[in-house]
Design a binder for this molecule. Structure first.
Ligand code: AMP
Length: 507
């Protein structure tokens, strides 16, 4: 029994197109894809890999990532894809931590890891563009392997390392059940079918592009229009011939800046999905005005897969991440008294339980224990509240909560008001050390192109809308907010940049 392999990789065995490569002007059919997986599995077996071994992969976005993922699932090998922007120094940590048996990478990374190559305790194989590299010389010699490893639903299928904005990155162990249940739930919730063509411009080392986008397409037998990276012009070119797009909010803000975005080019699209970072209400509204489409926002994380989604049919509420997915439970608990489940409208920490929630952190049983409640709920670290219709709104990460003069301030509340100012593009509010208040509030603002924010009028607006203790003590105008590859604002960088702002001051 290997349900994940059966449902994702072995279900579609015909000549229907799985991938259409936009830049290469070629396609890969499902039957050929399965054949490549089986040849790769043979290759991995000959490299000495067995069920439960770890395989680390760091290569540029290409269909080989999917093939190797499939071969790992076929043999019960734990698949560990790494962010392609990690340097040799960072990669070394993941290789050691995972205790992998094989590292598949590019010749370029291999050069960077020169010193490491000498003291390795695992195999290193290279894959470069266009079927080059040591792994492919082996691959070409191999016949498809029909053997499929029998696996339990709780066996680990993959480890995704968290982005680690605080402290060291941790490996989240995702079981067969975690991945399969979420793929089934989401494909049903978003009504995916074999006629869909998914516009895929996300990275595939992260849960969004890999497990959300790809697993759903595989389980539904849909086609993926494969773009190596996000490029606004390429997206515009592909919109007329695709039906669904998944993106991070920056995809949508960039698209809105392009004057070719309109109702006509999106008329064949049935769904635009956003996640991984907050989508501004303003973006939601502008996108609807221009295209007639209501972006569907959903929420999840590496450890939990997807947790909530706005409905496919029904009210998609801008600014919310929708309602809890089938078979998943959430609750909002008080920050101080963690046993207290809060009422609708009250802000607290979001906790989640369900078949989607990971098994734990790799080799970190103590850390795992501290992140789960005794009754099995996982503490997400996100703060939010439920409304009367059970729609969830995220107000930020728990660690981003500002405590100033002993009072809690949620950055999102202030950011939302600042963002409504006509000259503001976006903002981020952080708290940094303050000798008097504990933390002092700073607002960092990006102006709309060609506009200048009148700080006096902005402060007036804030004063009218929020209590005095929530008013930022300092304002900074910058060109761009620091973001990671998934479009998340890196508040840790902002906190670091402005950490000395209130030192030696009582203002
Ligand atoms: P990652 O593990 O990299 O997927 O990051 C997960 C985190 O991204 C969550 O814990 C949230 O803080 C954030 N996130 C994901 N989706 C959303 C969303 N729709 N709105 C706001 N934050 C989100």
């Amino acid at each position: 029994m290997n349900p994940l392999f059966d449902q994702l990789f072995a279900k579609n065995q015909d000549s229907k197109i799985f991938l259409s490569f936009f830049d290469l002007d070629k396609t890969l059919t499902y039957d050929k894809f399965l054949n490549e997986i089986k040849c790769t599995a043979n290759c991995l077996k000959k490299c000495g890999l067995e069920k439960g071994d770890c395989l680390v992969l760091q290569i540029e976005k290409s269909h080989h990532v999917f093939t190797i993922y499939g071969a790992c699932v076929q043999l019960g090998i734990i698949f560990i894809p790494l962010n392609t922007s990690y340097t040799g120094f960072e990669v070394e940590y993941f290789l050691n931590d995972s205790e992998c048996k094989i590292f598949i990478t590019t010749s370029k990374m291999l050069k960077e890891l020169g010193s490491l190559e000498k003291k390795r305790s695992f195999n290193i194989e290279t894959i470069d563009a266009d079927y080059k590299g040591s792994f492919f010389s082996k691959f070409n010699e191999n016949e498809p392997l029909d053997f499929i490893e029998g696996l339990d639903e709780n066996d680990t299928a993959a480890i995704l390392y968290t982005s680690g904005t605080t402290g060291q990155s941790k490996g989240a162990m995702l079981s067969q059940k975690n991945l399969l249940s979420n793929a089934l739930t989401l494909s049903k919730a978003w009504e995916f079918t074999a006629s869909d063509i998914l516009l895929h411009a996300l990275p595939i080392y992260h849960t969004h592009g890999l497990f959300v986008a790809t697993n759903i397409a595989l389980i539904s037998g849909s086609q993926i229009r494969f773009l190596k990276k996000f490029d606004v012009d390429d997206i515009i070119l592909n919109l007329p011939s695709t039906t669904v797009m998944m993106g991070v909010p920056t995809f949508y803000t960039r698209l809105l800046e392009n004057n070719k975005l309109n109702k006509e080019i999106t008329k064949n699209m049935r769904l635009f999905i956003s996640g991984s970072a907050p989508l501004l209400e303003d973006t939601h509204k502008k996108f609807n005005d221009l295209t007639g489409h209501n972006i569907l926002e959903r929420y999840g994380m590496t450890e939990t897969n997807m947790i909530t989604s706005n409905p496919y049919t029904g009210d998609r509420k801008a600014g919310t991440v929708g309602v809890v997915l089938e078979d998943v439970e959430i609750r909002v608990v008080a920050v101080e008294n963690k046993k207290e489940v809060l009422k609708n409208g009250e802000i607290g920490v979001i906790e989640v339980k369900g078949p989607n929630v990971f098994k734990g952190y790799w080799k970190q049983p103590e850390k795992t224990k501290s992140e789960f409640r005794e009754d099995g709920f996982f503490i997400t670290g996100d703060m939010g509240y439920l409304d009367q219709d059970q729609y969830l709104t995220i107000v930020g990460r728990n660690k981003d909560l500002i405590i100033t003069g002993g009072l809690n301030v949620y950055p999102k509340e202030i950011e939302t008001i600042i963002d409504t100012h006509s000259d503001v593009e976006e903002s981020a509010v952080v708290g940094v050390l303050h000798p008097d208040f504990g933390e002092g509030i700073i607002a960092i603002i990006v102006e709309k192109s060609g506009q200048t924010v009148n700080l006096q009028s902005l402060k007036e607006t804030l004063r009218k809308n929020i209590a005095g203790f929530k008013l930022p003590k300092k304002f900074h105008i910058i060109k761009e907010l620091p973001r990671n590859s998934m479009g998340k604002v890196q508040k840790n960088i902002l906190r670091d940049t402005y950490k000395d702002e209130f030192r030696e001051t009582n203002k």
